[in-house]
Design a binder for this molecule. Structure first.
Ligand SMILES: [Zn+2]
Length: 224
């Protein structure tokens, strides 16, 4: 058994924000009580002094990048999940923009299998909304759900069109899967670095031409 004593326990589920001692028995929480009250029960346990520390349930990262497969020089499932554990995250949801993109069940399964072999935290993959996250055709959402994805997203790309987004949402509603969308409509910025509107037009007039535009951008007045 392990006694984590004297920490500030933050637990949103029970509304707790108070100094508490926690007694762990194996991988279970055996008791939580005000400081000192578990001393007898914890006799002989390993002790951890959590003075000035926050003790909380494991954090969940809903948007991370483990980069495997295809980007192992910057991160792997093993290194990313070790960093997660170090930071207090007990579950992470890796985005699908690996190379290849996680848009099919066999890749989803291989990520989960790899995580089972090397990770001490839970890995809950997010599947792509469209094949290759290209915004053209729906990915294998139902099959990926069976394989273990917990949500769908095209990560940093907006789901390309309203039509595709509607299809994704209808599918995902039927499958009870959340859709994580990068909320941006590329027809509104058309190559520029800010959305067309009153502010961008006013700044453009006062600061001269093209300051806020990339070189390939159409002038704002061209698309009203
Ligand atoms: Zn991202």
């Amino acid at each position: 058994m392990l006694l984590i004593s004297n920490g500030r326990v933050l637990d949103p589920a029970s509304g707790t924000d108070a100094p508490r001692d926690i007694l762990l028995d194996g991988d279970r929480v055996a008791a939580i009580a005000p400081h000192g009250q578990l001393a007898e029960r914890a006799h002989g346990s390993e002790m951890f002094d959590a003075k000035n520390l926050i003790v909380a349930p494991g954090f969940i990262d809903l948007h991370c990048h483990l980069r495997e497969p295809g980007g192992e020089s910057s991160e792997t499932i093993e290194t990313g999940t070790r960093a997660a554990a170090r930071g207090g995250f007990t579950a992470v949801c890796p985005m699908p923009n690996t190379r290849p993109v996680n848009d099919n069940a066999s890749l989803t399964r291989s990520i989960i299998e790899r995580a089972a072999a090397v990770s001490t935290v839970r890995v809950w993959p997010i599947g792509a909304a469209s094949i290759g996250s290209k915004g053209e055709a729906l990915a294998e959402i139902a099959a990926m759900k069976q394989a273990g994805i917990v949500a769908v997203s095209d990560d940093g790309r907006p789901i390309a069109t309203a039509k595709l987004l509607r299809q994704v949402m209808e599918y995902c509603r039927a499958l009870d899967l959340p859709v994580i969308d990068h909320c941006e409509d590329s027809s509104l910025f058309a190559g520029a670095v800010m959305r067309e509107g009153k502010q961008s037009r006013a700044r453009r007039q006062s600061e001269g031409p093209a300051r806020h535009l990339r070189s390939n951008a159409a002038p704002f007045h061209a698309h009203r």
